[in-house]
Design a protein around this ligand. Sequence first.
Ligand SMILES: [Fe+2]
Length: 504
Amino acid sequence: MDIEVVGKFLSTLPEDDDHPYRTGPWRPQTSEWDADDLTAVEGRIPDDLDGVYLRNTENPLHPSLKTYHPFDGDGMVHVVGFRDGKAFYRNRFIRTDGFAAENEAGGPLWPGLAEPVQLAKRDDGWGARTRMKDASSTDVIVHRGVALTSFYQCGDLYRVDPLSGNTLGKETWNGYFPSDWGVSAHPKVDGKTGELLFFNYSKQAPYMHYGVVDERNELAHYVDVPLPGPRLPHDMAFTENYVILNDFPLFWDPQLLEHDVHLPRFYPDMPSRFAVLPRRGGSDRIRWFEADPTFVLHFVNAYEDGDEIVLDGFFEGAPQPLDTGGNKWDKLFRFLALDRLQARLHRWRFNLVTGAVHEEQLSESITEFGVMNPDYTSGDYRYAYAATGKPGWFLFDGLVKHDLRTGGEEHFRFSDGVYGSEAAMAPRPGATGEDDGYLITLTTDMNADASYCLIFDAARVGDGPLCKLALPERISSGTHATWASGSQLRRWRDADSAAGAIGL
Ligand SMILES: [Fe+2]
């Protein structure tokens, strides 16, 4: 392995930090690395694995003003590229405006999710809640060959080089980026049309918008999605012809909001509402469907089946888990543990002719952060790959392959003390089936004080990884990730090797 530290940042976190999401598996990094020819400590890299796995996640450089929430930290992108049986790694902080300002100040300027907005040291800021730091730390996707990072509370989309991890600047959509509201995490790319579909939300009426950016990067559609009040949507879904947005009964308490207090509450007597809208339809074409009350953090896929829209996602049986005691961290972070939320794979069917809604639980297993073969997105599909959670913690302790046709499941559990990231499915070039490809994740291994990139055969996840690659240092545990095949990346296509593509 050929490794080099290319960046080093000064952290102002306390040396005796006791925060459970800034220490242990969530210990942030301060170094940026370039590593080439990663060493396979087990197995070998498949020759036909071709493209890049990208992972974003909070990696705080500074403490919060009072109480750090794991969604507050600065964004860091990890890149693992594979070509010709070799792999390289890069990690970079996302150079957001907030990151620059706090580094300049030498400490935090904006309050985090678990802090009152009144603590802000500056009266500007970002997010639906306002006066937060847009850390662009939530999600990462690739559109038109460029990685875009995003922030769950709405903010800018930062353009990131998918090979180097370097920040290229903010997305502008030729001057039509909705900077007044920003864009939420989890915009979607339709690989078949080249379009990017997105939503945003705020405390101002109409409370939500939906938009489409076309394959030329032009904002082609932007419409109001009127809601009854401020909501906290996190994800969306799309089919060939429709987009599905949501209004879940978990939102800031309206009475407290009048006093600028942001306390999310679950209202179990209210239904979940799903908006089905033609992808280029106006607000007058929104159809609402009501279903059992819940909150869904992430959807896996949606598709059309005759008169019905089929939507798969993770139904939370307990969106507001009871306070069962413990220390202050247990109380504060019970909202992050998949077992406390009772998150399970679920299917909704919305009939566009009769208006009927049918819903069913697809699995008994507690899972979330589901991914699938990207080539099957928005169509009928069979396999979803999801994470299992360490009870009581925001840590992934294993992978599950859900077979949605048979209800079968294949589990792979990491060793105790080893935690994964959201996986990404990389279809094999010339694949002959939906699970013909590889499943990739990054681990934080507390036993070895190291991190690894694991590559699984997507058809046999339960067999364990085909290959285990050593990263330069132990990275923070993390979440959202994506896969971009080499054929999606112009510099990759034009070069005859990975080294050529990344300019070595
Ligand atoms: Fe998310």
